[in-house]
Ligand binder design. Structure first.
Ligand SMILES: NC(=O)c1ccc[n+]([C@@H]2O[C@H](COP(=O)([O-])OP(=O)(O)OC[C@H]3O[C@@H](n4cnc5c(N)ncnc54)[C@H](O)[C@@H]3O)[C@@H](O)[C@H]2O)c1
Ligand SMILES: [Zn+2]
Ligand SMILES: [Zn+2]
Length: 380
């Protein structure tokens, strides 16, 4: 089959690789109809992870079940399914609690497994024609048959639940105000989630005009950080700080001069969120980052403004999204017309054009907000 393979920094290609097979009786093989490029893929693409050469990338996957192992009872050939980016075993103590982003069995020696991702186990990704899905009964979310809402449902494998998780980690209550850093796909999904969960006001911070426009479309107030001090603006607009804040940027955050400054968003949040407020961090941070700009950050350590954080009595929640905690309910919101996460899709490309998709999305070229790939489609 054809698949998008990592060759090295800024070097991916669509190659012929072996078809995935049923390796355990609990496996399924799914034919990919839609698979997205994620901001998380860019950390690997830019050479800022330890991902191995030859890995098939892609963790935002949906498609049609092609084959199932003997022990699979909950899904059958022909079912249309969404696959959470975290692979969970379903039976370890973390999966038991719904903390499937930290499964203790799927990636032995670590907590948490995913398709096609650095440090997340030996699993290939779904930017390919077919994908092997372990523990298929646990890891497949059933979708209504057909092709309706394809661009909405494709957000269920990662970024819609992740955006929602950011709001949950910040412990937002209906009627509260929230400031979201990053108007990338994850930040935009947080804005949509905050609106659905009843925020009174949502602010989204970035400097990309095209993305800020989408934030406005999601019902948020865009804050262009290139036009002045964000913390001052938020404090003014909310009368002393937002109730809640979300980091949807992560360790590759940039300062206003365009240089990487990994602690900048966390520190701005501490100052833009009011005393006793909550901060949800879904932007990714790494235990090691040899490519970082400063010595501390190379070891995953940040110059975090802990004194002010403590003094203000704030709380913070962090980590990978436990996708399965939310994906069924978010699916129902889409099916019933209450959520339209597909509004962020800017390009739909055949798999053959994935290399161009990575290049343009990585450069954050104007108008490249969210790229989805359709492996079954031929290049025009
Ligand atoms: N926790 C999870 O489970 C999970 C899941 C998916 C993605 N992520 C992570 O979420 C983050 C965002 O993902 P994405 O797909 O939206 O990525 P993206 O790279 O497309 O978007 C990031 C946005 O942040 C903006 N930005 C950079 N520095 C900024 C700053 N100082 N202030 C405000 N905005 C700034 C950029 O202009 C960009 O628009 C990434 O770190 C990704 O790895 C985490
Ligand atoms: Zn993702
Ligand atoms: Zn588990």
């Amino acid at each position: 089959m054809k698949a998008l393979v990592y060759n090295g920094p800024f070097d991916v290609s669509v190659n012929d690789v072996a078809d995935p097979t049923i390796e355990a009786p609990t496996d399924a093989v799914v034919r990919m109809t839609t698979t997205n490029i994620c901001g998380s893929d860019l950390h690997m693409y830019e050479g800022r992870t330890n991902v191995e050469v030859g890995k098939v990338l892609g963790h935002e996957n949906m498609g049609i079940v092609e084959e199932v192992g003997n022990a699979v009872t909950g899904v059958k050939v022909g079912d249309r399914v969404s696959l959470p980016f975290n692979i969970g075993c379903g039976t370890c103590t973390n999966c038991e609690k719904g903390l499937t982003g930290f499964c203790l069995q799927a990636n032995p020696g670590s907590a948490g497994a995913a398709y096609g991702y650095a440090s997340m186990g030996p699993y290939n990704g779904g930017q390919a024609e077919y994908l092997r899905v372990p523990w298929a009964d646990f890891n497949c979310l059933q979708l209504p048959p057909g092709t309706e809402h394809e661009l909405d449902y494709t957000m269920l494998s990662d970024i819609f639940p992740t955006g929602w998780h950011g709001i949950e980690l910040a412990k937002m209550q209906p009627g509260e105000t929230v400031v979201i850093y990053g108007a990338g796909p994850v930040g935009l999904m947080s804005a949509l989630s905050a609106r659905i969960q009843g925020a009174s006001q949502v602010f989204v911070v970035d400097q990309q005009a095209d993305r800020l426009k989408l934030a406005e479309k999601a019902g948020a107030t865009p804050i262009d950080r290139s036009t002045g001090d964000v913390v001052e603006q938020i404090n003014e607009l909310t009368g002393g700080g937002a109730d809640r804040g979300v980091d949807a940027v992560g360790y590759q955050a940039h300062n206003p001069d365009g240089k990487e400054e990994p602690e900048i968003v966390l520190n701005e949040l501490v100052h833009a969120v009011k005393p006793t407020g909550g901060i949800g961090v879904v932007g990714v941070y790494m235990p090691q980052d040899p490519g970082a700009e400063n010595e501390l950050a190379k070891e995953g350590k940040l110059a975090f403004d802990y004194g002010t954080f403590f003094f203000k009595g704030q709380s913070m929640g962090t980590g990978q999204c436990n996708t399965k905690m939310y994906n069924l309910r978010l699916r129902n919101l889409i099916t019933e017309g209450k959520a339209d996460p597909g509004f962020i899709v800017s390009q739909e490309l055949p798999l053959d054009e994935a290399v161009q998709g990575y290049d343009q999305f990585d450069k954050r070229v104007d108008g490249w907000t969210k790229v989805v790939l359709h492996p079954g489609q031929k290049s025009s």
